[in-house]
Design a protein around this ligand. Sequence first.
Ligand code: MF3
Ligand code: CO
Ligand code: CO
Length: 271
Amino acid sequence: MSISIKTEQDLVELRIAARLGAELLDYLTPFVKPGITTKEIDRLAHEYTVKVQGGIPAPLNYAPPGYTPYPASICTSVNHVVCHGIPNDRALKDGDVVNIDVTVIKNGWHGDTSRMFLVGKVPPHVERLCRITYEAMWHGIQQVRPGAHLGDIGHAIQTFAEAAGYSVVREFCGHGIGRKFHEDPQVLHYGRPGTLEELRPGMVFTIEPMINAGRREIREMPDGWTIVTKDRSLSAQWEHMVLVTPTGYEVLTVSTGTPAPPAFVGAAQAA
Ligand code: MF3
Ligand code: CO
Ligand code: CO
């Protein structure tokens, strides 16, 4: 495994791409209402990325080995869809939850982030899954500092999510990111403290836990992309890009609309 260390110059570019990802989610937020289709959200995202941000939507035609080219500019994963949901013509309805996952390429650098959106009024158990998943991501982020290990991140996420009665998807993970969309390391959202790679300043990776209300098993749909829970239970996901700094971490995917960190995150740390 070879994990790239970003230089200060690299980070200037990467921070820009990451901010554009977050700003794209800010732009989409007011449109995520009952009645809109995910295909309409995809079209809005494509236009904004290309025409306003001068960027390229990384998902469009993305084709890792063994996959057919991804047919849209964002992923929209509704309710029991875990990840990689392809935008379609079904309108969002009151009570749905949707993860919107965007990746903007700017000057060759990637900005990858996702948030959960609550459509209209959602039942308390749905709101709880989204909130606990957000907190799980932040428990992972809080582990990030030089000398910590990737296993510390996975362990923090897994123990928190499972204590809340939920399960952690195993088949998809966070990833290093930079000039490449997906690079080393893999960032598992479960694991044991002190195991796997040691973190060093200049590493940048995503933390993007997928948490299911029911069992952790998943199924791939015949489209070759959409991943759903096998038991059709609800699934939630949040994603940030995180830099290992000399003293801790810096979240790169920030914008004016980025949700505040949970109360348990120290104000000084969350910068
Ligand atoms: N944005 C996703 C991630 O967080 C990857 C989506 S790949 C796509 O890694 F092709 F489905 F867009
Ligand atoms: Co993503
Ligand atoms: Co990602």
